[in-house]
Design a protein around this ligand. Sequence first.
Ligand code: PLP
Length: 454
Amino acid sequence: MMTQRSTEQWRALDAAHHLHPFSDTKSLNEQGARVITHADGVYLWDSEGNKIIDGMAGLWCVNIGYGRKDLAEVAKNQMEELAYYNTFFKTTHPAVVELSTLLAEVAPEGFEHVFYTNSGSESVDTMIRMVRCYWDIKGQPQKKTLIGRWNGYHGSTIGGASLGGMSYMHEQGDLPIPGIVHVEQPWWYKHGKDMTPEEFGIQAARWVEDKILEVGPDKVAAFVGEPIQGAGGVIIPPSTYWPEIERICRKYDVLLVADEVICGFGRTGEWFGHERFGFTPDIFTTAKGLSSGYLPIGAVFVGPRVAEGLIAGGDFNHGFTYSGHPVAAAVARANVAALRDEGIVAAVKEDIGPYMQKRWREVFSQFEHVDDVRGIGLIQAFTLVKNKATRELFPNWGEIGTLCRDIFFKHNLIMRACGDHIVAAPPLVISKDEIEQLLATAAECLREFEQALK
Ligand code: PLP
């Protein structure tokens, strides 16, 4: 059992010893962290006894919901049987074999191989090394440049942060590293001007073609994108975008990579986001929903072309002490089996997802400063805008979003502000009543927010 302390004691110790990710430590410590003590379903409780609705599934990861005792049981049993062994040097173990077998079943046809990591960032870095290794094996060592997108998010390691297009991350630590370039994101609302979304989707894909031609097709290794940009603010590309990207990548013999760390494992109503958008990547990266956050694990899914190359190519000099960790693998397997066998992914497509989308649009479209109300499956967003008629955004991007997010937080609702995009991605097991509660609270908060703007 965890030592029982008061909120103030936890805050003081946290401030004394803990440097938080993506935080301004000084202001966090002045304010005091919110101490989350337990969770069940879609709810969290803090140390003050507040019940909070988690509209973000943690960090877009607790797909199966909190408090699944069956997953805890699986972890305990596996820990007792084989707490650890590695998968280097010609060894394996039943937990990782069973997980790989199940993943090959739920993945689209052709994705027979996975490489294990501990996080989304490690999946992305693994993919970068894999892509470059692939072109070496193919006798094209000059094909090393990767194309990412501005405002994309691919993690916090040096490779992931470089490939991502978050300028505030690039500013710290001299990123991006060489060999990584970016193109503009397919955000119709801002960049689409007078084009229809479909026309804009083609135009945004052609920016990738322009970049390939600028760098030189013989030097470009891969294009990498999230099927829906998540942390960038749930930027859903027009339907024409991904098919055109696929055509362009094939034309110039550039590998196509989908970063499915958020979209994977049912978030969009399909197992993987690229299935929703109708394209086939060569590789796709995952983490988060793979274990629903119960333990850290990620997986890179490798399609036939790259798998055959790597298998024929000899040693791949890459891996982590905990690649395919037995306890994480056993829990991930139980989680994925439950997402499938309990019909959770199917319900996102057929029932709860469409319900959320309909109600999300009905509730938020009426607000004066809310526009581009959007979503797919159980990932949705809207943008706070100054003027809906002219599609004018607020100045000081992100300031208004933070103000709004803080109002949600005060009312015990967690939704996230990505700049001035307000986003929600609740656990996939959310019920219709819980959706109504989330929407009613959010609407009340938005009224308070719009009042504050006057
Ligand atoms: N890729 C995408 C698309 C993500 O959204 C994230 C995290 O949000 C990552 C990679 C990094 O994952 P992690 O934080 O597990 O390293």
